[in-house]
Design a protein around this ligand. Structure first.
Ligand SMILES: [Zn+2]
Length: 73
């Protein structure tokens, strides 16, 4: 039986993972530094760091911002 339309709510923000959750290692393994293609680590809650060139990238709402011009260092 189809659900009544008035019960169809959009996904709520509370259903999303916590914003400060670390990036899963499996995800970091898939990503690389946009400048030198080095491997990435997450040394802090809101930071992704390249292990090769040491550039740091911000995490915004749990999303790594891997853009050279957005690098922090
Ligand atoms: Zn790099």
């Amino acid at each position: 039986m189809p659900r009544p339309a008035h019960n169809a709510a959009p996904p709520s923000a509370s259903a999303l993972p916590a914003r400060r959750a670390p990036v899963p290692a499996a995800v970091l393994d898939l990503l690389c530094c946009p400048v030198c293609h080095g491997a990435l680590t997450q040394p802090a809650e809101a930071t992704i760091q390249c292990t090769a060139c040491q550039r740091r990238y911000p995490l915004r709402d749990g999303i790594p911002v891997l853009i050279a011009s957005a690098s922090l260092a």
